[in-house]
Design a protein around this ligand. Structure first.
Ligand code: DGT
Ligand code: CA
Ligand code: CA
Ligand code: ZN
Length: 581
């Protein structure tokens, strides 16, 4: 699928234009990129089946951008991008991706110090050349260096949000071959880890002839999206896709399907512990099956369930298989009853054109209706978030009226008027209580001033959450995977505070955030907190991110009862109301 390649080009193009000081266009290209990367279907399929008009109807994509997508699908290039890129040194696009640097500063460093690449940049920092420049300092050298480290990590491990649709597309390609009975993705992807080293696909052939296996491997290694074949054997092959994603495929017979899927799902520590249990019970466990050690007879292997059962364990959901107590819990029959996507009844963190979203209130409502939601909250940005087009008090009043007016048009869904309110460095909220009380729901969050001593950060958060109108603390650690480290605060103290006051901690489902992460989810639940899973969608495609948030909550052992947006509308409103009394 070409979605991520095209999105990347639009992000790069936006950066280049921004560095050149071009207005508006960068934001437009970023919106388009955001829309494409959150699409579940490959753009080439949409184009093939429904034509260019279907692209133009997507959020953030007009005629001009749609034409560029068509150009890419047809030629593998976007000429406008190639032209812009030629004006810059070849390593420059990558340099602009460093979060703590950004396009404008990257350009300045190029002009003043002739820095053309990440390698140049790293060297210049080690020689403290930046500290001497106006607008930079020792502190910014440190930040940029940290940004470079994160960027390097990102090249080794991709986001789940990118790997997941790619894996699905690969699996469905494989299933097209008649010689394949079934194909399924395992590994860290099936465990829904936030970052993925490589995609692991297990294939069951229609028969066990060597010729069938070799035909399958020939087919797989010659798929059009494959960039490089690293290894090709009869039962295992490794490839790199054109967009740099690595994938392994293994062929195993049907009678081993369950044990193979179990083995290749991992993680290794979970597997090692299982093998220990198998040995104690007189068995031997491998990807080929569970065998009796004395007779060498296969006792289980066709399904994962029977493998776990023979080992005296309840079935363990893939998300839990990290060797964090799940095997012990399965032995005692004490596994959590994990929350599911279908338990989710609404999305309480959504943006529209009133701040930095791409769609209207009505469009977001209609998208939510399609998902069968009972309620949503529109929560655009507050006044100090200027880059996000935050609303001052006057505009907020109009916005509240607009949300209420739109809400009236739709009988089968409840639409709450909310706002995402910035927490200032001193813990003050961005609106006064007189304004906040007009809203149905208040989200508090941090978008700037990420660096301060731990104690001060903790005070900042607690002061803000102490406001009686706050319902949700959004993306609590503010980390962005492979881009920005989490803020430093006393989590136990904040979690306890939220538990006592009944503030819901958010699991932000955007794949670049997944914040809280799964370890924090577990800690928050243990501290007695309520959680809310939100997409923080900035366009209607992004409502589909809910799935990644649910997976993160599941990895943190969350049950439906821990998640407030599994409650029906009336119960949810009662919950929010309770906060204010
Ligand atoms: P990744 O790709 O780094 O995100 O993480 P995984 O967990 O997908 O790891 P990967 O791709 O190296 O291997 C896939 C699964 O195969 C892994 O989760 C467990 C299983 N596996 C790999 N190597 C071993 C091994 O040496 N022993 C055992 N028991 N299992 C292994
Ligand atoms: Ca893997
Ligand atoms: Ca692998
Ligand atoms: Zn937001």
């Amino acid at each position: 699928m070409l979605n991520f390649e095209v999105a990347k080009i639009f992000y790069d193009l936006a950066d280049i234009l921004e560095a050149r000081g071009v207005q508006w266009k960068p934001a437009a290209y970023r919106k388009a990129a955001r829309s494409i990367e959150s699409l579940q279907e490959p753009i080439e399929d949409i184009l093939g089946e429904k034509g260019i008009k279907a692209l133009e109807e997507m959020p953030g994509i007009g005629e001009r951008i749609a034409e560029k997508i068509v150009e890419y699908v047809k030629t593998g290039k976007i000429s406008a991008y190639e032209k812009e890129k030629k004006k810059l040194p070849s390593g420059f696009a990558e340099m602009m991706e460093i979060q703590s640097l950004g396009p404008k500063k990257a350009k300045l460093l190029y002009q003043k110090l002739n820095i053309k690449s990440v390698a140049n940049l790293e060297k210049a920092i080690r020689l403290h050349k930046l500290a001497k420049l106006k607008g930079f300092g020792a502190k910014s050298e440190e930040n940029i260096l940290a940004g470079i480290e994160l960027h390097k990590k990102g090249k080794e491990r991709m986001l789940l949000g990118e790997a997941f649709p790619t894996a699905q597309a690969l699996v469905s390609q494989l299933k097209k071959l008649k010689d394949i009975k079934t194909a399924v993705a395992g590994g860290s992807l099936r465990r829904m880890k936030e970052t993925i080293g490589d995609i692991d696909i297990l294939v069951v052939p229609k028969d066990n002839k060597a010729a069938t296996s070799s035909k399958i491997m020939n087919y797989f290694t010659s798929l059009p999206e494959i960039g490089q074949v690293l290894a090709k054997g009869n039962t295992k092959s490794s490839i790199v896709l054109r967009d740099g994603i690595r994938a392994d495929v293994r062929v195993l017979p049907e009678k081993s399907y369950g044990s193979a899927l179990q083995y290749f799902t991992g993680n290794i520590d979970h597997n090692v512990k299982l093998r220990g249990i198998a040995i104690k019970k007189g068995y031997k466990l491998s990807e080929y099956g569970l065998f009796d050690r004395k007779t060498n007879k296969l006792v289980a292997g066709r399904t994962e369930e029977e493998v776990y059962k023979k080992l005296g364990l309840k079935y363990i959901e893939p998300e839990l298989r990290e060797n964090l107590g799940e095997i012990e819990a399965a032995q005692k029959g004490k596994l959590p009853n994990l929350v599911q996507l279908k338990d989710i009844k609404g999305d309480l963190h959504l943006h529209t054109r009133w701040s930095d979203g791409s769609n209207t209130i009505e469009q977001m409502i209609e998208a939510a209706l399609k998902l069968g939601y009972q309620y949503i909250a529109i929560t655009d940005h507050s006044k100090s978030d200027i880059i996000a087009n935050g609303m001052d008090e006057k505009r907020l009043e109009k916005y509240i009226s607009a949300v209420r007016l739109a809400a009236k048009k739709y009988k089968s869904i409840e639409v709450l008027a909310g706002a995402e309110v910035y927490i200032h460095a001193d813990g003050r909220l961005d609106y006064s209580d007189n304004i906040l009380k007009k809203l149905d729901i208040v989200i508090a969050s941090i978008h700037r001033n990420f660096k301060m001593p731990k104690e001060q950060m903790t005070k900042r958060i607690i002061k803000a959450l102490g406001n009686k109108y706050v319902n949700i603390y959004a993306h609590p650690t503010t980390r962005k995977i492979n881009q920005r480290e989490p803020i430093d605060f006393d989590k136990r103290q904040v979690f306890k505070f939220c538990a006592n006051k009944g503030i819901a901690l958010e699991v932000d489902a955007n794949p670049t955030r997944l914040d809280l992460n799964y370890a924090d989810v577990k800690e928050a639940i243990d501290a007695g907190c309520n959680l809310v899973i939100d997409t923080d969608a900035h366009d209607l495609n992004q409502l589909s991110y809910m799935w990644f948030g649910v997976a993160t909550a599941r990895k943190g052992w969350a049950e439906a009862k821990n998640i407030i947006n599994t409650k029906p509308a009336n119960e949810l409103k009662r919950f929010f109301h309770k906060l204010r009394d």
